[in-house]
Write a protein that binds this ligand. Sequence first.
Ligand SMILES: *[C@@H]1O[C@H](CO)[C@@H](O)[C@H](O)[C@H]1NC(C)=O
Ligand SMILES: *[C@@H]1O[C@H](CO)[C@@H](O)[C@H](O)[C@H]1NC(C)=O
Ligand SMILES: *[C@@H]1O[C@H](CO)[C@@H](O)[C@H](O)[C@H]1NC(C)=O
Length: 505
Amino acid sequence: MCKSVNSVKEWEVKVKLLGNGKVAKLKNSMVSKSPMKLWILRAITTALLWTCVIQLMALGEMWGPRLLKGWPSCFSHPEVELPSVPAKVVLPPKRIYKNNGYLIVSCNGGLNQMRAAICDMVAIARYLNVTLIVPELDKTSFWNDPSEFQDIFDVHHFITSLRDEVRILKELPPRLKNELNWECSTHCHQLVGQTCLTTSIRNVCQQILPLVQKYKVVHLNKTDARLANNGLPLEIQKLRCRVNFNALRFTSQIEELGRRVVRILREKGPFLVLHLRYEIDMLAFSGCTQGCNSEEVEELTRMRYAYPWWKEKVINSEMKRKEGLCPLTPEETALVLSALGIDPNVQIYIAAGEIYGGDKRMKSLATTFPNLVRKETLLGPSDLKFFQNHSSQMAALDYLVSLEGDIFVPTYDGNMAKVVEGHRRFLGFKKTISLDRKLLVGLIDQYKGSLSWDEFSTTMKEVHADRMGSPKPRVIIPEKPKEEDYFYANPCECLQLLDEPLSST
Ligand SMILES: *[C@@H]1O[C@H](CO)[C@@H](O)[C@H](O)[C@H]1NC(C)=O
Ligand SMILES: *[C@@H]1O[C@H](CO)[C@@H](O)[C@H](O)[C@H]1NC(C)=O
Ligand SMILES: *[C@@H]1O[C@H](CO)[C@@H](O)[C@H](O)[C@H]1NC(C)=O
Protein backbone atom coordinates (compact mmCIF):
# COMPACT_ATOMS: atom_id res chain seq x y z
CA MET A 1 0.00 0.00 0.00
CA CYS A 2 0.98 3.66 -0.20
CA LYS A 3 3.28 4.78 2.54
CA SER A 4 2.92 8.11 4.28
CA VAL A 5 5.36 10.94 3.83
CA ASN A 6 7.81 9.86 6.51
CA SER A 7 8.64 6.63 4.77
CA VAL A 8 8.97 8.10 1.32
CA LYS A 9 12.75 7.91 1.50
CA GLU A 10 12.71 4.19 1.96
CA TRP A 11 10.29 3.95 -0.92
CA GLU A 12 12.47 5.94 -3.19
CA VAL A 13 15.30 3.52 -2.64
CA LYS A 14 13.15 0.51 -3.31
CA VAL A 15 11.51 2.05 -6.32
CA LYS A 16 14.89 3.08 -7.66
CA LEU A 17 15.91 -0.54 -7.50
CA LEU A 18 12.95 -1.52 -9.55
CA GLY A 19 13.46 1.46 -11.81
CA ASN A 20 17.00 0.33 -12.50
CA GLY A 21 15.67 -3.07 -13.25
CA LYS A 22 13.42 -1.55 -15.85
CA VAL A 23 16.24 0.39 -17.40
CA ALA A 24 18.31 -2.74 -17.41
CA LYS A 25 15.49 -4.49 -19.17
CA LEU A 26 15.17 -1.78 -21.77
CA LYS A 27 18.89 -1.56 -22.41
CA ASN A 28 19.01 -5.28 -22.47
CA SER A 29 16.61 -5.50 -25.31
CA MET A 30 18.38 -2.76 -27.15
CA VAL A 31 22.07 -3.53 -26.72
CA SER A 32 23.74 -6.58 -25.24
CA LYS A 33 22.22 -9.63 -23.65
CA SER A 34 24.61 -10.32 -20.81
CA PRO A 35 23.57 -13.30 -18.64
CA MET A 36 23.47 -11.13 -15.54
CA LYS A 37 20.96 -8.75 -17.07
CA LEU A 38 18.88 -11.59 -18.34
CA TRP A 39 18.82 -12.97 -14.85
CA ILE A 40 17.59 -9.67 -13.44
CA LEU A 41 14.93 -9.55 -16.09
CA ARG A 42 13.82 -13.05 -15.26
CA ALA A 43 13.73 -12.31 -11.55
CA ILE A 44 11.57 -9.27 -12.11
CA THR A 45 9.20 -11.12 -14.39
CA THR A 46 8.82 -13.88 -11.85
CA ALA A 47 8.19 -11.40 -9.07
CA LEU A 48 5.55 -9.64 -11.12
CA LEU A 49 3.80 -12.86 -12.01
CA TRP A 50 3.74 -13.84 -8.37
CA THR A 51 2.29 -10.54 -7.37
CA CYS A 52 -0.49 -11.14 -9.84
CA VAL A 53 -1.28 -14.44 -8.18
CA ILE A 54 -1.20 -12.85 -4.76
CA GLN A 55 -3.39 -10.01 -5.87
CA LEU A 56 -5.92 -12.32 -7.43
CA MET A 57 -6.04 -14.46 -4.31
CA ALA A 58 -6.47 -11.42 -2.11
CA LEU A 59 -9.25 -10.21 -4.36
CA GLY A 60 -10.96 -13.51 -4.17
CA GLU A 61 -10.92 -13.35 -0.40
CA MET A 62 -12.10 -9.81 -0.29
CA TRP A 63 -14.93 -9.77 -2.75
CA GLY A 64 -16.06 -13.32 -3.03
CA PRO A 65 -14.98 -15.87 -5.58
CA ARG A 66 -17.63 -15.17 -8.19
CA LEU A 67 -16.38 -11.68 -8.81
CA LEU A 68 -13.23 -12.99 -10.32
CA LYS A 69 -15.06 -14.71 -13.11
CA GLY A 70 -14.90 -12.82 -16.32
CA TRP A 71 -12.29 -10.47 -14.98
CA PRO A 72 -9.51 -9.54 -17.27
CA SER A 73 -6.46 -10.71 -15.37
CA CYS A 74 -2.80 -11.36 -15.77
CA PHE A 75 -3.45 -14.84 -17.06
CA SER A 76 -6.79 -15.03 -18.74
CA HIS A 77 -6.73 -13.59 -22.19
CA PRO A 78 -9.90 -12.10 -23.52
CA GLU A 79 -10.33 -14.98 -25.96
CA VAL A 80 -11.35 -16.99 -22.94
CA GLU A 81 -15.09 -16.59 -23.14
CA LEU A 82 -17.30 -16.32 -20.13
CA PRO A 83 -19.24 -19.45 -19.35
CA SER A 84 -22.68 -19.09 -20.89
CA VAL A 85 -24.38 -20.28 -17.71
CA PRO A 86 -23.89 -17.52 -15.17
CA ALA A 87 -22.20 -18.59 -11.97
CA LYS A 88 -24.36 -18.72 -8.89
CA VAL A 89 -24.38 -15.27 -7.40
CA VAL A 90 -23.22 -15.06 -3.83
CA LEU A 91 -24.14 -11.69 -2.47
CA PRO A 92 -22.42 -10.12 0.49
CA PRO A 93 -24.62 -9.69 3.57
CA LYS A 94 -26.31 -6.32 3.85
CA ARG A 95 -24.67 -3.87 6.16
CA ILE A 96 -27.02 -2.89 8.96
CA TYR A 97 -26.73 0.70 10.02
CA LYS A 98 -28.85 3.57 11.27
CA ASN A 99 -29.76 5.58 8.19
CA ASN A 100 -28.94 9.27 8.57
CA GLY A 101 -30.70 10.46 5.40
CA TYR A 102 -30.64 10.31 1.63
CA LEU A 103 -28.04 11.53 -0.81
CA ILE A 104 -28.99 12.37 -4.39
CA VAL A 105 -26.12 12.99 -6.75
CA SER A 106 -26.04 14.49 -10.25
CA CYS A 107 -22.70 13.85 -11.87
CA ASN A 108 -21.17 16.21 -14.37
CA GLY A 109 -18.56 15.84 -17.08
CA GLY A 110 -17.61 13.03 -19.43
CA LEU A 111 -17.88 9.33 -18.67
CA ASN A 112 -14.61 8.95 -16.82
CA GLN A 113 -14.96 12.08 -14.76
CA MET A 114 -18.36 10.78 -13.70
CA ARG A 115 -16.90 7.35 -13.01
CA ALA A 116 -14.44 8.75 -10.49
CA ALA A 117 -17.14 10.95 -8.98
CA ILE A 118 -19.44 7.96 -8.48
CA CYS A 119 -16.68 6.15 -6.58
CA ASP A 120 -16.18 9.18 -4.36
CA MET A 121 -19.89 9.59 -3.72
CA VAL A 122 -20.26 5.98 -2.65
CA ALA A 123 -17.40 6.55 -0.22
CA ILE A 124 -19.05 9.70 1.16
CA ALA A 125 -22.43 8.00 1.50
CA ARG A 126 -20.79 5.09 3.27
CA TYR A 127 -19.00 7.37 5.65
CA LEU A 128 -22.13 9.40 6.42
CA ASN A 129 -24.28 6.31 6.89
CA VAL A 130 -26.82 7.61 4.42
CA THR A 131 -28.74 5.96 1.59
CA LEU A 132 -27.40 6.74 -1.86
CA ILE A 133 -29.77 7.16 -4.78
CA VAL A 134 -28.31 5.76 -8.03
CA PRO A 135 -26.38 8.72 -9.46
CA GLU A 136 -27.81 10.72 -12.29
CA LEU A 137 -25.52 11.16 -15.28
CA ASP A 138 -24.78 14.42 -17.06
CA LYS A 139 -27.03 14.95 -20.06
CA THR A 140 -26.19 18.56 -20.73
CA SER A 141 -22.42 18.42 -21.10
CA PHE A 142 -20.73 19.03 -24.42
CA TRP A 143 -21.32 15.41 -25.36
CA ASN A 144 -25.06 15.68 -24.96
CA ASP A 145 -25.59 12.04 -24.18
CA PRO A 146 -29.07 11.20 -22.89
CA SER A 147 -27.88 7.88 -21.39
CA GLU A 148 -28.98 7.05 -17.87
CA PHE A 149 -26.85 5.18 -15.37
CA GLN A 150 -28.49 1.88 -16.28
CA ASP A 151 -27.78 2.43 -19.99
CA ILE A 152 -24.08 2.34 -19.24
CA PHE A 153 -23.56 0.47 -16.01
CA ASP A 154 -25.06 -2.73 -14.68
CA VAL A 155 -27.22 -1.05 -12.07
CA HIS A 156 -28.30 -4.26 -10.35
CA HIS A 157 -24.70 -5.31 -9.87
CA PHE A 158 -23.82 -1.83 -8.62
CA ILE A 159 -26.50 -1.95 -5.93
CA THR A 160 -26.11 -5.53 -4.81
CA SER A 161 -22.35 -5.82 -4.86
CA LEU A 162 -22.03 -2.84 -2.53
CA ARG A 163 -24.79 -3.77 -0.14
CA ASP A 164 -22.38 -4.76 2.59
CA GLU A 165 -21.15 -1.14 2.59
CA VAL A 166 -24.00 1.19 1.77
CA ARG A 167 -27.67 1.07 0.87
CA ILE A 168 -28.33 2.20 -2.68
CA LEU A 169 -31.80 2.76 -4.14
CA LYS A 170 -32.82 3.34 -7.73
CA GLU A 171 -34.87 6.32 -6.70
CA LEU A 172 -35.93 8.37 -3.74
CA PRO A 173 -38.88 6.83 -1.87
CA PRO A 174 -42.02 8.76 -2.97
CA ARG A 175 -42.88 9.88 0.52
CA LEU A 176 -39.62 11.84 0.64
CA LYS A 177 -39.94 13.63 -2.66
CA ASN A 178 -41.17 16.81 -0.98
CA GLU A 179 -38.32 16.88 1.48
CA LEU A 180 -35.74 17.97 -1.01
CA ASN A 181 -34.31 21.21 0.25
CA TRP A 182 -32.37 23.15 -2.33
CA GLU A 183 -30.90 25.71 -0.07
CA CYS A 184 -29.28 23.04 1.97
CA SER A 185 -28.10 21.28 -1.15
CA THR A 186 -26.30 24.35 -2.44
CA HIS A 187 -24.64 24.83 0.90
CA CYS A 188 -23.62 21.19 1.04
CA HIS A 189 -22.19 21.39 -2.43
CA GLN A 190 -20.07 24.32 -1.39
CA LEU A 191 -18.94 22.44 1.67
CA VAL A 192 -17.89 19.45 -0.36
CA GLY A 193 -16.20 21.73 -2.85
CA GLN A 194 -14.27 23.64 -0.26
CA THR A 195 -13.14 20.78 1.84
CA CYS A 196 -12.93 17.63 -0.21
CA LEU A 197 -9.95 18.62 -2.26
CA THR A 198 -7.88 19.72 0.65
CA THR A 199 -8.89 17.93 3.79
CA SER A 200 -9.84 14.53 4.94
CA ILE A 201 -13.24 12.96 4.68
CA ARG A 202 -13.76 13.47 8.40
CA ASN A 203 -13.96 17.24 8.02
CA VAL A 204 -16.43 17.03 5.18
CA CYS A 205 -18.63 14.67 7.01
CA GLN A 206 -18.54 16.56 10.27
CA GLN A 207 -19.91 19.56 8.44
CA ILE A 208 -22.39 17.85 6.20
CA LEU A 209 -23.75 15.28 8.62
CA PRO A 210 -25.84 17.70 10.73
CA LEU A 211 -27.37 19.07 7.52
CA VAL A 212 -28.23 15.65 6.21
CA GLN A 213 -29.73 14.71 9.54
CA LYS A 214 -31.75 17.91 9.68
CA TYR A 215 -33.04 17.91 6.09
CA LYS A 216 -33.11 14.14 5.47
CA VAL A 217 -32.56 14.55 1.70
CA VAL A 218 -29.55 16.29 0.23
CA HIS A 219 -28.91 16.77 -3.45
CA LEU A 220 -25.40 17.42 -4.76
CA ASN A 221 -26.13 18.78 -8.20
CA LYS A 222 -22.51 18.73 -9.37
CA THR A 223 -19.70 16.36 -8.59
CA ASP A 224 -16.66 18.23 -9.76
CA ALA A 225 -15.57 18.70 -6.17
CA ARG A 226 -13.63 15.53 -5.60
CA LEU A 227 -12.51 13.72 -2.54
CA ALA A 228 -8.90 14.30 -1.61
CA ASN A 229 -6.32 12.00 -3.17
CA ASN A 230 -4.54 11.39 0.10
CA GLY A 231 -4.98 11.46 3.82
CA LEU A 232 -8.19 9.43 3.83
CA PRO A 233 -8.68 6.34 5.98
CA LEU A 234 -7.42 3.18 4.30
CA GLU A 235 -10.86 1.60 4.26
CA ILE A 236 -12.23 4.59 2.34
CA GLN A 237 -9.46 4.33 -0.27
CA LYS A 238 -10.17 0.63 -0.64
CA LEU A 239 -13.84 1.31 -1.01
CA ARG A 240 -13.17 3.81 -3.81
CA CYS A 241 -11.21 1.08 -5.58
CA ARG A 242 -13.82 -1.51 -4.96
CA VAL A 243 -16.47 0.68 -6.58
CA ASN A 244 -14.20 1.51 -9.48
CA PHE A 245 -12.81 -1.93 -10.22
CA ASN A 246 -15.71 -4.07 -9.27
CA ALA A 247 -19.07 -2.43 -8.61
CA LEU A 248 -18.98 -0.31 -11.76
CA ARG A 249 -19.43 -2.87 -14.47
CA PHE A 250 -20.68 -1.86 -17.90
CA THR A 251 -23.95 -3.30 -19.19
CA SER A 252 -23.71 -6.72 -20.77
CA GLN A 253 -24.30 -5.23 -24.26
CA ILE A 254 -21.32 -2.95 -23.89
CA GLU A 255 -19.16 -5.67 -22.34
CA GLU A 256 -20.05 -8.05 -25.12
CA LEU A 257 -19.24 -5.60 -27.86
CA GLY A 258 -16.00 -4.73 -26.08
CA ARG A 259 -15.00 -8.39 -25.96
CA ARG A 260 -15.80 -8.69 -29.63
CA VAL A 261 -13.55 -5.79 -30.57
CA VAL A 262 -10.74 -7.22 -28.45
CA ARG A 263 -11.16 -10.65 -30.02
CA ILE A 264 -10.97 -9.20 -33.54
CA LEU A 265 -7.81 -7.33 -32.59
CA ARG A 266 -6.17 -10.29 -30.86
CA GLU A 267 -6.69 -12.52 -33.87
CA LYS A 268 -4.18 -10.37 -35.66
CA GLY A 269 -1.73 -10.17 -32.79
CA PRO A 270 -0.77 -7.62 -30.17
CA PHE A 271 -2.20 -4.14 -30.26
CA LEU A 272 -1.48 -0.72 -28.89
CA VAL A 273 -4.35 1.50 -27.81
CA LEU A 274 -3.83 5.15 -28.62
CA HIS A 275 -6.11 7.55 -26.79
CA LEU A 276 -5.71 10.26 -29.41
CA ARG A 277 -7.48 13.09 -27.68
CA TYR A 278 -7.65 15.21 -30.79
CA GLU A 279 -11.33 15.91 -30.94
CA ILE A 280 -13.08 19.18 -31.56
CA ASP A 281 -14.18 19.77 -27.97
CA MET A 282 -10.68 19.22 -26.63
CA LEU A 283 -9.16 21.68 -29.08
CA ALA A 284 -11.82 24.32 -28.64
CA PHE A 285 -11.67 24.04 -24.88
CA SER A 286 -7.89 23.99 -24.58
CA GLY A 287 -7.26 26.54 -27.33
CA CYS A 288 -4.52 24.33 -28.74
CA THR A 289 -4.41 24.97 -32.47
CA GLN A 290 -0.94 23.74 -33.46
CA GLY A 291 -1.07 22.56 -37.06
CA CYS A 292 -4.58 23.89 -37.76
CA ASN A 293 -5.27 26.25 -40.67
CA SER A 294 -6.76 29.68 -40.10
CA GLU A 295 -10.33 28.57 -40.78
CA GLU A 296 -9.98 25.81 -38.23
CA VAL A 297 -8.47 28.17 -35.68
CA GLU A 298 -11.42 30.47 -36.22
CA GLU A 299 -13.95 27.68 -35.85
CA LEU A 300 -12.36 26.43 -32.63
CA THR A 301 -12.12 29.91 -31.17
CA ARG A 302 -15.71 30.71 -32.04
CA MET A 303 -16.81 27.56 -30.33
CA ARG A 304 -14.86 28.31 -27.17
CA TYR A 305 -16.45 31.74 -26.89
CA ALA A 306 -19.89 30.23 -27.45
CA TYR A 307 -19.69 27.79 -24.51
CA PRO A 308 -20.32 29.58 -21.22
CA TRP A 309 -18.68 26.90 -19.06
CA TRP A 310 -15.39 27.10 -20.92
CA LYS A 311 -14.30 30.09 -18.92
CA GLU A 312 -10.82 30.71 -20.30
CA LYS A 313 -11.31 32.58 -23.57
CA VAL A 314 -8.05 34.25 -24.64
CA ILE A 315 -5.45 31.53 -25.10
CA ASN A 316 -1.95 31.58 -26.55
CA SER A 317 -1.72 28.18 -28.19
CA GLU A 318 2.03 28.28 -28.73
CA MET A 319 2.75 29.09 -25.09
CA LYS A 320 0.33 26.51 -23.85
CA ARG A 321 1.93 23.86 -26.03
CA LYS A 322 5.41 24.70 -24.75
CA GLU A 323 4.13 24.28 -21.21
CA GLY A 324 3.07 20.76 -22.09
CA LEU A 325 -0.60 21.62 -21.67
CA CYS A 326 -1.79 20.68 -25.16
CA PRO A 327 -2.84 17.29 -26.44
CA LEU A 328 -0.33 15.93 -28.94
CA THR A 329 -1.28 16.47 -32.56
CA PRO A 330 -1.51 13.38 -34.79
CA GLU A 331 1.78 14.46 -36.43
CA GLU A 332 3.54 14.77 -33.08
CA THR A 333 2.09 11.45 -32.01
CA ALA A 334 3.56 9.69 -35.06
CA LEU A 335 7.03 11.06 -34.23
CA VAL A 336 6.74 10.17 -30.57
CA LEU A 337 5.63 6.57 -31.15
CA SER A 338 8.41 6.03 -33.69
CA ALA A 339 11.00 7.57 -31.39
CA LEU A 340 9.89 5.27 -28.58
CA GLY A 341 10.60 2.34 -30.86
CA ILE A 342 7.03 1.20 -31.47
CA ASP A 343 6.94 -1.36 -34.29
CA PRO A 344 5.49 0.39 -37.37
CA ASN A 345 3.50 -2.74 -38.21
CA VAL A 346 1.75 -3.06 -34.87
CA GLN A 347 -2.02 -2.63 -34.83
CA ILE A 348 -2.97 0.68 -33.32
CA TYR A 349 -6.50 1.02 -32.03
CA ILE A 350 -7.55 4.66 -31.91
CA ALA A 351 -9.69 5.11 -28.82
CA ALA A 352 -11.33 8.44 -29.54
CA GLY A 353 -14.28 10.14 -31.10
CA GLU A 354 -13.99 11.89 -34.43
CA ILE A 355 -10.48 13.21 -35.05
CA TYR A 356 -10.52 16.91 -35.84
CA GLY A 357 -9.48 17.49 -39.45
CA GLY A 358 -10.28 13.89 -40.39
CA ASP A 359 -8.10 11.88 -42.75
CA LYS A 360 -6.10 14.95 -43.70
CA ARG A 361 -4.81 15.30 -40.14
CA MET A 362 -4.32 11.55 -39.76
CA LYS A 363 -2.13 11.28 -42.83
CA SER A 364 1.32 11.29 -41.23
CA LEU A 365 0.24 8.91 -38.48
CA ALA A 366 -1.36 6.57 -41.01
CA THR A 367 1.75 6.66 -43.20
CA THR A 368 4.07 5.75 -40.32
CA PHE A 369 1.68 3.22 -38.77
CA PRO A 370 -0.44 1.73 -41.55
CA ASN A 371 -2.35 -0.64 -39.25
CA LEU A 372 -4.58 1.99 -37.68
CA VAL A 373 -7.99 0.73 -36.67
CA ARG A 374 -10.98 2.11 -34.81
CA LYS A 375 -14.23 0.67 -33.60
CA GLU A 376 -15.96 1.94 -36.74
CA THR A 377 -13.56 -0.02 -38.98
CA LEU A 378 -13.64 -3.21 -36.92
CA LEU A 379 -17.39 -3.41 -36.43
CA GLY A 380 -20.22 -3.06 -38.91
CA PRO A 381 -22.53 -0.05 -38.81
CA SER A 382 -25.33 -2.23 -37.45
CA ASP A 383 -23.20 -3.18 -34.42
CA LEU A 384 -22.72 0.44 -33.49
CA LYS A 385 -26.20 1.61 -34.41
CA PHE A 386 -27.47 1.81 -30.87
CA PHE A 387 -24.29 3.34 -29.52
CA GLN A 388 -23.70 5.94 -32.17
CA ASN A 389 -25.60 8.84 -30.69
CA HIS A 390 -24.46 8.00 -27.19
CA SER A 391 -20.96 9.30 -26.71
CA SER A 392 -20.72 7.81 -23.22
CA GLN A 393 -21.49 4.33 -24.50
CA MET A 394 -18.90 4.73 -27.23
CA ALA A 395 -16.47 5.93 -24.58
CA ALA A 396 -17.30 2.87 -22.49
CA LEU A 397 -16.42 0.63 -25.42
CA ASP A 398 -13.10 2.42 -25.85
CA TYR A 399 -12.50 2.08 -22.11
CA LEU A 400 -12.83 -1.69 -22.29
CA VAL A 401 -10.51 -1.98 -25.27
CA SER A 402 -8.04 0.35 -23.56
CA LEU A 403 -7.87 -1.95 -20.54
CA GLU A 404 -6.94 -4.87 -22.77
CA GLY A 405 -4.35 -3.24 -25.01
CA ASP A 406 -0.78 -4.51 -24.74
CA ILE A 407 0.31 -0.90 -24.48
CA PHE A 408 -1.83 2.11 -23.71
CA VAL A 409 -0.69 5.56 -24.82
CA PRO A 410 -2.80 8.63 -24.04
CA THR A 411 -1.84 11.86 -25.80
CA TYR A 412 -3.35 14.06 -23.10
CA ASP A 413 -3.77 13.50 -19.39
CA GLY A 414 -7.50 13.91 -19.11
CA ASN A 415 -9.85 11.82 -17.03
CA MET A 416 -9.90 8.85 -19.38
CA ALA A 417 -6.10 8.71 -19.54
CA LYS A 418 -5.82 8.78 -15.77
CA VAL A 419 -8.60 6.40 -14.87
CA VAL A 420 -7.49 3.86 -17.46
CA GLU A 421 -3.88 4.14 -16.31
CA GLY A 422 -4.95 3.34 -12.75
CA HIS A 423 -7.16 0.49 -13.86
CA ARG A 424 -4.33 -1.03 -15.91
CA ARG A 425 -2.05 -0.81 -12.87
CA PHE A 426 -4.69 -2.69 -10.95
CA LEU A 427 -4.85 -5.37 -13.64
CA GLY A 428 -1.19 -6.22 -13.09
CA PHE A 429 0.76 -3.11 -14.02
CA LYS A 430 0.02 -3.31 -17.70
CA LYS A 431 2.17 -0.96 -19.70
CA THR A 432 0.86 2.59 -19.94
CA ILE A 433 3.19 5.18 -21.42
CA SER A 434 2.61 8.51 -19.69
CA LEU A 435 4.15 10.98 -22.04
CA ASP A 436 6.06 13.92 -20.61
CA ARG A 437 4.56 16.41 -23.01
CA LYS A 438 6.42 19.47 -21.85
CA LEU A 439 9.72 17.74 -22.43
CA LEU A 440 8.80 16.05 -25.64
CA VAL A 441 7.42 19.07 -27.47
CA GLY A 442 10.77 20.72 -26.71
CA LEU A 443 12.57 17.69 -28.14
CA ILE A 444 10.33 17.59 -31.20
CA ASP A 445 11.11 21.24 -31.92
CA GLN A 446 14.83 20.54 -31.50
CA TYR A 447 14.57 17.52 -33.75
CA LYS A 448 13.15 19.75 -36.44
CA GLY A 449 16.30 21.85 -35.95
CA SER A 450 19.66 20.35 -35.03
CA LEU A 451 18.89 17.21 -33.04
CA SER A 452 19.55 13.96 -34.92
CA TRP A 453 16.97 11.18 -35.04
CA ASP A 454 19.16 8.92 -32.91
CA GLU A 455 19.62 11.56 -30.24
CA PHE A 456 15.91 12.35 -30.31
CA SER A 457 14.93 8.71 -30.06
CA THR A 458 17.45 7.81 -27.34
CA THR A 459 16.42 10.77 -25.20
CA MET A 460 12.75 9.93 -25.66
CA LYS A 461 13.35 6.37 -24.49
CA GLU A 462 15.40 7.48 -21.50
CA VAL A 463 12.89 10.07 -20.40
CA HIS A 464 10.05 7.57 -20.51
CA ALA A 465 11.82 4.54 -19.07
CA ASP A 466 10.16 5.07 -15.69
CA ARG A 467 6.85 6.36 -17.02
CA MET A 468 5.44 3.01 -18.04
CA GLY A 469 2.80 2.46 -15.38
CA SER A 470 5.02 0.34 -13.14
CA PRO A 471 4.72 0.28 -9.35
CA LYS A 472 5.54 3.52 -7.61
CA PRO A 473 4.13 5.56 -4.74
CA ARG A 474 1.73 8.38 -5.50
CA VAL A 475 3.26 11.85 -5.44
CA ILE A 476 1.79 13.75 -2.48
CA ILE A 477 1.87 17.56 -2.32
CA PRO A 478 -0.41 18.55 0.56
CA GLU A 479 -0.32 22.30 -0.22
CA LYS A 480 -1.04 21.79 -3.91
CA PRO A 481 -3.55 18.96 -4.19
CA LYS A 482 -4.20 19.74 -7.85
CA GLU A 483 -0.59 19.11 -8.75
CA GLU A 484 -0.17 15.82 -6.95
CA ASP A 485 -0.84 12.43 -8.53
CA TYR A 486 -4.51 11.67 -8.98
CA PHE A 487 -5.78 8.90 -6.74
CA TYR A 488 -7.47 7.02 -9.58
CA ALA A 489 -4.33 7.09 -11.76
CA ASN A 490 -2.33 5.28 -9.10
CA PRO A 491 -4.57 3.84 -6.41
CA CYS A 492 -1.59 2.25 -4.76
CA GLU A 493 -3.43 1.44 -1.52
CA CYS A 494 -5.33 -1.13 -3.55
CA LEU A 495 -2.32 -2.65 -5.27
CA GLN A 496 -1.36 -4.87 -2.35
CA LEU A 497 1.23 -6.57 -4.46
CA LEU A 498 3.39 -3.48 -4.19
CA ASP A 499 4.82 -4.52 -0.85
CA GLU A 500 5.62 -7.99 -2.02
CA PRO A 501 8.10 -7.65 -4.87
CA LEU A 502 9.79 -4.70 -3.26
CA SER A 503 10.47 -6.29 0.09
CA SER A 504 11.54 -9.59 -1.42
CA THR A 505 14.03 -8.16 -3.90
C1 LIG B 1 -22.21 4.83 11.07
O1 LIG B 1 -22.58 3.58 11.58
C2 LIG B 1 -21.60 2.94 12.37
C3 LIG B 1 -22.14 1.60 12.80
O2 LIG B 1 -22.47 0.82 11.70
C4 LIG B 1 -21.19 3.81 13.54
O3 LIG B 1 -20.14 3.19 14.24
C5 LIG B 1 -20.75 5.17 13.04
O4 LIG B 1 -20.47 6.02 14.13
C6 LIG B 1 -21.84 5.79 12.18
N1 LIG B 1 -21.35 7.04 11.62
C7 LIG B 1 -22.15 8.08 11.42
C8 LIG B 1 -21.51 9.29 10.80
O5 LIG B 1 -23.32 8.06 11.68
C1 LIG C 1 -27.29 23.50 -8.61
O1 LIG C 1 -28.19 24.10 -7.69
C2 LIG C 1 -27.99 25.49 -7.51
C3 LIG C 1 -28.96 25.96 -6.44
O2 LIG C 1 -30.26 25.62 -6.71
C4 LIG C 1 -28.20 26.21 -8.84
O3 LIG C 1 -27.97 27.58 -8.69
C5 LIG C 1 -27.25 25.63 -9.87
O4 LIG C 1 -27.49 26.21 -11.13
C6 LIG C 1 -27.43 24.14 -9.97
N1 LIG C 1 -26.40 23.60 -10.86
C7 LIG C 1 -26.67 22.71 -11.82
C8 LIG C 1 -25.51 22.23 -12.60
O5 LIG C 1 -27.79 22.29 -12.02
C1 LIG D 1 -28.20 9.84 -34.62
O1 LIG D 1 -28.33 11.24 -34.72
C2 LIG D 1 -28.37 11.73 -36.04
C3 LIG D 1 -28.40 13.25 -36.04
O2 LIG D 1 -28.58 13.76 -34.77
C4 LIG D 1 -29.59 11.14 -36.77
O3 LIG D 1 -29.63 11.58 -38.09
C5 LIG D 1 -29.50 9.62 -36.72
O4 LIG D 1 -30.68 9.06 -37.28
C6 LIG D 1 -29.35 9.11 -35.30
N1 LIG D 1 -29.10 7.67 -35.33
C7 LIG D 1 -29.74 6.78 -34.57
C8 LIG D 1 -29.39 5.35 -34.77
O5 LIG D 1 -30.54 7.11 -33.74
